[in-house]
Design a protein around this ligand. Structure first.
Ligand code: DQA
Length: 141
């Protein structure tokens, strides 16, 4: 089974960025944990700070991967184009947010992604990625 994990802007700074909100672990560290937890899954990891690169990656992985775990970060709240890309591709996409976006600023409540995603996991920290992978794995069984 092949799963792509796609992270949007500023998530390259996990572990140093607003640690009271996003925690102390870098994503590279967390990815090692995921690889240990799910040795049977082939993971492809991509992060970009650029909207069009995220769309290119959704299109690239959206046909031959079994599922995509996507945290579009700030683009969640602004990008019609990322929502359109999710609707266009075949692979199921699970939206993940580390923080509880509903408990923060009002503008974070709008998601252009939730309505196109297979599901959303919000506010459970990095654990949300693991839960999203479990959801994709179960769908396959
Ligand atoms: C985020 C929430 C977004 O509102 C924010 O812009 C991010 C990260 C999260 O994972 O909690 O960059 O997607």
């Amino acid at each position: 089974m092949k799963i792509a994990i796609i992270n949007g802007p500023n998530l390259n700074l996990l572990g140093t960025r607003e640690t009271h909100i996003y925690g102390n672990s870098s994503f590279d560290q967390y990815l090692e944990r995921l690889r240990t937890l799910f040795p049977e899954i082939t993971f492809h990891y991509f992060q970009s700070n650029i909207e069009g690169e995220l769309i290119d990656e959704l299109q690239r992985t959206g046909y031959d991967f079994d599922g995509i775990v996507l945290n579009p970060a700030g683009y969640t709240h602004t990008s019609v184009a990322i929502g359109d890309a999710i609707a266009a591709i075949k692979a199921p996409v699970i939206e993940v947010h580390i923080s509880n976006v509903h408990a923060r600023e009002e503008f974070r409540r709008l998601s252009h992604v939730s309505g196109k995603a297979a599901g959303s996991i919000i506010g459970l920290g990095l654990k949300g990625y693991e839960l999203a992978i479990r959801a994709l794995t179960d769908q396959k069984d």
